[in-house]
Design a protein around this ligand. Structure first.
Ligand SMILES: [Zn+2]
Length: 462
């Protein structure tokens, strides 16, 4: 009789025997920087040399599918059908990473190799997202090996373009809607709320980047000859920005505020720890007044100026600059009218007398916001299983504060989405020295082994 204990033991053994590290090393050694890859073939190697063995062992029939968007990286899709009577779980992961940032990591660590220092394991992609999907695949493997079946059907989607905005993912979901029919998405990305407490999030905030530009004339003009009679783009732009958010970061455009901070969302957020981070103090007075920090982060929208430019601050000259530019970003939760963000901004700037401030949206990163309902039955089911295993309350957040292409699953495939992150905020994701603590990897593998095991026994359709 096969038991959960045997499956957990099998997962534990992957760490003791070093197999987990070997597998992760193999994935990290395949450089998959989607921003700088020369061609799709460079990235497809991740499917063929990286994932194919484990997917074959899981009995998943896979297929590499051209990206519906030209010159964007292909997808890997797959299916393992055990029984039409069983529920179907969709698994997603992204094999691409941000640039390696070679030379900026601590001495002795190469981003394209695995390095264990003390109790942490370093390498590009360890946290985002190679290590996270490897955990899920190996957990499935332990369950399958132990009881020779999963007890549910499995569909998979892997992409190599998440770090460049997931081009074609929604189009793929549209084109393969039938193929991907599933009951739920269970996937892993992003950080936990607290390192030692399992977290579930149900979606993500959206993100919209755009530029504001004031461009009056060609060339700078000597401020001694022209100061006082030529309008200054830097002053105009900073005044325009000050009408979008006040001096404490509160958003001033009514149409940019969400309508979704309901009492049930608030209740969930109030159960979370107040400390956002152990290493960085937050600014209590920043953002929307009257909201808790968790409400600001997970239940509200935030406006940021990512970059600001007029003249050359390293080599300043006494001159009225010809132009000024700001790269701005709105992060937003569901319940924000995303399609009207830019038109509302235009109206607002016009009303405030800033018709000269141009909004540029070409090539802008644009993620939709999405969120599975807090009353969804899959949340209850997964939360129960995780809490039983963890023997305490876990953290549930309505959505990640960051952005993911989750709307492809909620809006196009129309399935609930349960994200179980295996990382933590201090993992240096997107920065040099990306890493995860070995403890966290190991406990996440056991958490997922237990989850898949239980989903496979309690979940058969009647
Ligand atoms: Zn990332």
């Amino acid at each position: 009789m096969s038991t959960l204990e045997q499956a957990l033991k099998r997962s534990k053994k992957l760490f003791v025997d070093g197999i987990f590290f070997e597998q992760l090393r193999n994935l990290v050694q395949i450089v998959t920087d989607s921003k700088n890859s020369r061609c799709a073939e460079d990235l497809v190697v991740y499917y063929t040399r990286g994932l194919s063995n484990i997917l074959t062992e899981l009995g998943i029939q896979t297929e590499i599918v051209e990206n519906p968007i030209k010159n964007s990286p292909p997808f890997l899709i797959g299916s393992r059908m055990e029984s039409p009577e069983f529920k179907t779980i969709l698994l997603y992961g992204h094999g691409d990473t941000v640039p390696l940032q070679e030379g900026q990591w601590n001495e002795g660590i190469s981003p394209s190799d695995l390095k264990i220092i003390d109790d942490k394991i370093y390498g590009r992609g360890v946290a985002d997202n190679k290590g996270q999907h490897l955990i899920n695949l190996l957990a499935l493997h332990s369950v399958l090996r132990t009881r020779t079946k999963l007890g549910f059907n499995l569909k998979i989607i892997f992409e190599m373009g998440e770090e460049i905005g997931s081009p074609g993912l929604c189009e793929l979901c549209e084109a393969y809607k039938e193929y991907f029919i599933s009951d739920v998405l269970i996937a892993s990305d992003g950080p936990r709320v607290a390192i030692d407490v399992p977290t579930i999030f149900l979606g993500s905030r959206g993100a919209l980047n755009f530029e504001l530009e004031v461009n009056y004339r060609s060339g700078a003009h000597h401020s001694g000859n022209w100061g006082g009679v030529l309008s200054d783009p830097g002053i105009r732009l900073s005044n325009a920005l000050s009408t979008i958010a006040d001096k404490n970061g509160k958003i001033l455009i009514d149409n940019w505020k969400p309508t979704s901070l309901s009492s049930s969302v608030r209740e969930r957020l109030n159960l979370l720890p107040n400390t956002i981070s152990d290493t960085l103090d937050i600014d209590e007075n920043w953002g929307e007044p009257g909201l808790s920090s968790n409400e600001k982060l997970f239940g509200w929208n935030s406006f940021s100026i990512l970059a600001l430019k007029s003249g050359n601050i390293d080599v300043p000259v006494n001159a009225i600059q010809p132009s000024a530019k700001a790269l701005c970003q709105l992060r937003f939760v569901v319940g924000t009218n995303a399609n009207e963000v830019i038109s509302s901004l235009r109206d607002h700037l016009d009303q405030q007398g800033f018709t000269d401030v141009k909004i540029i949206t070409e090539n802008a990163i644009n993620f939709q916001a999405s969120r599975t309902d807090l009353n969804n039955v899959w949340l209850q089911k997964v939360e129960n299983i995780l809490e039983k295993f963890y023997r305490d309350k876990i953290h549930v957040i309505p959505n990640l504060a960051g952005s993911l292409p989750n709307n492809c699953f909620t809006d196009i495939l129309e399935i609930p989405t349960i994200w179980i992150p295996h990382s933590y905020k201090e993992c240096s994701q997107h920065a040099p020295n990306e890493h995860l603590p070995i403890n966290l990897l190991e406990s996440s593998l056991l958490l997922m082994t237990n989850l898949y095991w239980n989903l496979g026994i309690s979940d058969h359709k009647n």
